[in-house]
Design a protein around this ligand. Structure first.
Ligand code: F6P
Length: 328
């Protein structure tokens, strides 16, 4: 698959995350630095199918490093999941003269990239962009650090009202399949309990723990619950369960939702995005394809895209212990 790369298409796909714009900027400017063409593809794979392209140059990405969301827009294309959709996408890519694609997104987006490259022998390179941090092959995804800071700031505010009213709050955070946000933000915000999909400790343990915390003199508490946690059917059912079993508690629920995905990226995410964009383009120029760029021990690394798609991330169980000790 070693062909000379003269024109790279860049897209953002799946759920947006802070730092995607900084990554687009890095890809576009690295192309400009190496004097190759760069084309922005709007709305992810759907834009590829529809030929929704825009020629980019170094000035097209002025003043976006600090912006949340993605200037290229994002989508989850159903059509691209079909063989016919991908055939149309390939035809559009060829018509535009694209030699490679840089896909900024999560595992669904990388699955699309992998299938596309297998079907047409087309060079692809992934940049992990998702607040969930659930991609194998990198210790950090773009947007995760920003989302953690957003969540901690929100919980700090909830804590003010929780303690004023002596209330217990269940705060639901994003993480459809994983508990990275819940666990790290939970420790960072000093949560009483953290419920994550990876560790189902059961409702009884939650009740016991809340009883203990009352007896130890605490008058308000925060329980952080990952969206994908299975301790209760959902966070509202958990609230009902606690109210039934511990009537002394006045309970409220706060679902943080999509505000976690917005906002100006943190410095960490901006630097990571810049490094990943450079690595993605320069790796393609070196003839390396079908990888995802990642960070491991402060170094940029490449992980085969199939591994990134299939592998699972490990939850840091030590943090659960730290959290337990902190709630003494
Ligand atoms: O970006 C990943 C994620 O934040 C998940 O944690 C969440 O379940 C999902 O996106 C929700 O995304 P949407 O509302 O865009 O479908």
């Amino acid at each position: 698959m070693s062909i000379k790369i003269n024109k790279i298409g860049v897209m953002t796909s799946g759920g947006d995350s802070p730092g995607m714009n900084a990554a687009i900027r890095a890809v576009v400017r690295t192309c400009a630095f190496h004097q190759i063409n760069c084309v922005g593809i709007y709305r992810g794979y759907q834009g590829l199918i529809e030929g929704d392209f825009k020629q980019m140059n170094a000035r097209s990405v002025n003043n976006i490093i600090n912006k949340g969301g993605t200037i290229l827009k994002s989508a989850r294309s159903k059509e691209f999941r079909t063989k016919e959709g991908r055939i149309t996408a390939y035809a559009k890519a060829k018509e535009e003269g694209l030699d490679a694609l840089v896909v900024i997104g999560g595992d669904g987006s990388f699955t699309g990239a992998m299938v596309f490259s297998q079907q047409f022998d087309f060079p692809v390179m992934g940049i992990p962009g998702t607040i969930d941090n659930d991609i194998y092959g990198t210790s950090s995804t773009l947007g995760y650090d920003t989302a953690l800071n957003t969540v901690v700031e929100a919980i700090d505010k909830i804590r003010d009202t929780a303690s004023s009213h002596n209330r217990l709050f269940f705060v639901e955070v994003m993480g459809r399949d994983v508990g990275h946000i819940a666990l790290n933000a939970g420790v960072g915000a000093g949560a009483e309990e953290i419920l994550i999909p990876e560790e189902d400790l059961g409702k009884e343990r939650l009740i016991e723990s809340l009883k203990r915390s009352r007896l130890s003199g605490k008058s308000s508490s925060i329980v952080v619950v990952a969206e994908g946690d299975k301790t209760g059917e959902n966070v509202f059912e958990l609230k009902d369960y606690v109210e039934e079993n511990l009537p002394e508690y006045e309970v409220r629920v706060s679902v943080l939702g999509h505000m976690q995905r917005g906002g100006s990226p943190s410095c960490w995410d901006r630097v990571l995005a810049s490094r990943m964009g450079v690595k993605a383009v320069e790796s393609l120029l070196e003839g390396k394809t079908n990888f995802m760029v990642g960070i491991k021990d402060t170094k940029m690394v490449l992980c085969p895209i199939e591994k990134a798609v299939k592998g699972e991330t490990d939850i840091n169980l030590e943090l659960l212990r730290v959290s337990d000790i902190m709630t003494t």
